[in-house]
Ligand binder design. Structure first.
Ligand code: NAD
Length: 412
């Protein structure tokens, strides 16, 4: 079953179990609109290469479509549609976020492009979708393989097309161009807040807890750093090149400095090398998959030895794996809840952009903490009340808010 089909099927189950109108599923089963674009880019050697790009707008009952742009060689239409659907649920779960869900992607390995080629591709993608998006219509952001510099090029291209400054069409921008303080670490900080809450429920002291993190990019790398700084013991991390283990816990300042210099943690010397599959099966308190989807499958789910699973990545656990884990005592904090910190601070960035004022980092982090803690409490309570796993409770909470909004709007 594909990532998108799994997502659709799970929504169907939750709609049925909630007992809301069947129309809710009719609205949520497919994105409202999707575009496929071909982006010609002049390469450094003078040749022209065409890249395929997508933008899916899933649902805007609660507000403008919102969701990141992924640059990765394995991007597919199915994946973009699934990720857009998860965004609709994520924004609906967090109280007070006035957004719908969307997602974009380009089939490219950005590490194989020069800086100039990457800039031309980013601008080309924006030119291709500019008519489709807008600051009150659809607001993109970074995801896997994209970063604040790419958001800056895209914001500049959009403003050039519109012949006026409209940088708030995109979030995750550098501070100098209207980015928000705290945005780069926001997803990871949110993951940490959710992990702290989960520890309280399971009866583990967050300080000193043993943490394993898969992926060392924006989400995983910053999570390792923040968990370490807040007193947790990060015992294993890994990226696409390999994984490393240190039973005493890493010095996260040193690990981060090494990563910044070398672009990978797999060769970090003060650790034991382990395989990427061994990493997921290590004994620990908190496991944070923060790489890509489909990492925990029916083949390794039964081997997990964590007490809490906090999904930093989108869709890291397949439906079959989820069923296996639900039979264990592992407390699962699902992606739509656990990694929502990024979209929360993207929302703060958009608010700041709309009224041209910058908040302090303390304000951003405090507001984020309140939203994440509240969301956890609400979902946890719902899970207890209905006797369902956290993932189902989270989907049901999101679907209920969407159903209420769509009913009020008159099902258009
Ligand atoms: P990124 O490109 O910055 O980092 C991805 C990391 O995963 C890299 O370290 C890469 O080496 C590693 N990786 C890739 N394939 C791997 C594999 N097979 N095994 C082990 N490691 C592997 O991406 P990111 O922005 O950190 O996003 C990671 C995940 O978090 C994605 O699922 C993304 O959708 C999700 N997410 C990101 C944000 C955000 O704000 N960036 C917000 C919410 C969710």
């Amino acid at each position: 079953m594909s990532f998108f089909t799994q997502t659709q099927e799970f929504i169907k189950k939750c709609v049925d179990e909630l007992g809301v109108e069947p129309a809710v599923y009719e609205f949520l089963k497919e994105p409202r609109k999707t575009v496929i674009v071909n982006i010609p880019v002049r390469m450094d050697d003078g040749s022209i290469k065409t890249f395929i790009g997508y933008r899916a707008q899933h649902n805007n009952a609660l507000g403008p479509y919102k969701g990141g742009i992924r640059f990765h060689p394995d991007v597919t239409l199915d994946e973009v549609k699934a990720l857009a659907t998860l965004m609709t649920l994520k924004t609906a779960i967090i109280d007070g976020i006035p957004y719908g869900g969307g997602k974009g992607g380009v089939v490219v390995d950005p590490t194989k492009l020069s800086k100039g080629e990457l800039q031309r591709l980013s601008r080309g993608y924006m030119r291709a979708i500019a008519w489709f998006i807008g600051p009150d219509k659809d607001i993109p952001a970074p995801d896997v393989g994209t970063n604040p510099q790419i958001m800056a090029w895209m914001a500049d291209e959009y403003s050039y097309i519109r012949r006026q400054n409209e940088h708030h069409v995109i979030t995750g921008k550098p501070l100098e161009l209207g980015g928000s303080r705290g945005r780069t670490q926001a997803t990871s900080r949110g993951v940490m807040f959710i992990a702290q809450k989960a520890c309280q429920k399971v009866g583990i002291d967050f300080k000193g807890s043993k943490v394993v993190i898969q992926g060392f990019g924006n989400v995983g790398g910053n999570a390792a750093y923040l968990f370490g700084k807040e007193g947790a013991k990060v015992i294993a991390v890994g990226d696409v090149y390999g994984s490393i283990y240190n039973e005493d816990g890493f010095d996260v300042d040193d690990l981060m400095a090494y990563y910044k210099e070398n672009g990978t943690v797999s060769t970090y010397p003060k650790a034991q090398k382990i395989s990427n599959s061994e990493l997921l099966e290590l004994e620990c308190d908190i496991l944070v998959p923060a790489a890509l989807e489909n990492q925990i499958t029916k083949d390794n789910a039964a081997n997990l030895k964590c007490k809490i699973l906090v999904e930093g990545a989108n869709g890291p656990t397949t439906a079959e794996a989820d069923e296996i884990i639900n039979k264990t005592d592992i407390l699962v904090c699902p992606d739509v809840l656990a990694n929502a910190g990024g979209v929360v601070v993207s929302y703060f960035e958009w608010v700041q952009g709309n009224y041209h004022f910058q908040w302090t980092e303390e304000t951003v982090n405090a507001e984020l903490k309140e939203k994440m803690y509240n969301a956890f409490d609400r979902i946890y309570e719902m899970a207890q009340e209905r006797n369902v796993p956290m993932r189902k409770a989270a989907y049901m909470a999101g679907i209920k808010r969407l159903a209420d909004a769509m009913r009020l709007r008159g099902w258009r």
